[in-house]
Ligand binder design. Structure first.
Ligand code: COA
Length: 160
């Protein structure tokens, strides 16, 4: 039986095993990790899915900034390899978006536009942004539902 829960109740070891499975054990070198270095995940936007008690999918969100403006980093979105392509990734993204409040800042993620485009993420307004590590510009995606004014040329980093 599948159960959706807050990620805060999940053990660090269990989460690391899932993330190693989905992204590989060298995942810590990824630019997204540098981007949110030292930050704590945003509780109300971070979820887990358990299958008969076993962690099979997770989403985490983090406070970061673009220049001095607060923004939310979405990810990792991770689905255990044996459960991929059965709707869990989309379920997590929709849960997170439904949990977001009007007070929450715009969202950024590093991911494939072919997948995340369906949730309103696009690279259209991120071409002037710089990250603290390598990135593919086409995969730096923004979702700015409230159409807030954001810096055009700016560095992204942890929110401090
Ligand atoms: C990417 C990921 C979160 C998607 O979650 P999922 O539960 O496997 O996928 P879903 O069931 O939600 O969606 C499946 C659909 O998305 C498509 N899809 C999955 N990953 C995709 C990607 N990276 N790019 C484009 N389309 C993708 C599938 O082809 C499928 O399409 P269909 O419905 O037309 O058949 C998950 O596969 C995962 O954790 N992968 C490992 C980590 C990774 O590679 N992440 C890259 C994105 S940051």
């Amino acid at each position: 039986m599948m159960l959706v829960t807050s990620l805060s109740g999940i053990s660090e070891d269990g989460l690391n095993t899932l993330l190693d499975d989905a992204f590989g054990t060298d995942r810590h070198k990824r630019t997204a990790y540098l981007l949110r270095k030292g930050m704590t995940a945003i509780d109300h936007l971070s979820f887990a899915i358990l299958d008969d008690g076993a962690l099979v999918a997770s989403i985490q969100c983090w406070p970061v900034r673009v220049d001095t403006v607060n923004i939310i980093l979405v990810g990792p979105v991770a689905v255990a390899t044996h459960c991929q392509n059965s709707g869990l990734g989309m379920q997590l993204m929709q849960l997170m978006l439904d949990a977001a409040t009007p007070q929450d800042p715009p969202m950024v993620l590093i991911g494939d536009p072919e997948y995340y485009g369906r949730f309103g993420f696009s690279a259209n307004d991120t071409s002037g942004w710089t990250l603290p590590g390598p990135w593919e510009p086409r995969r730096l995606l923004l979702r700015n539902a409230a159409m807030l004014e954001l810096p055009v040329q700016a560095m992204l980093g942890p929110a401090d």
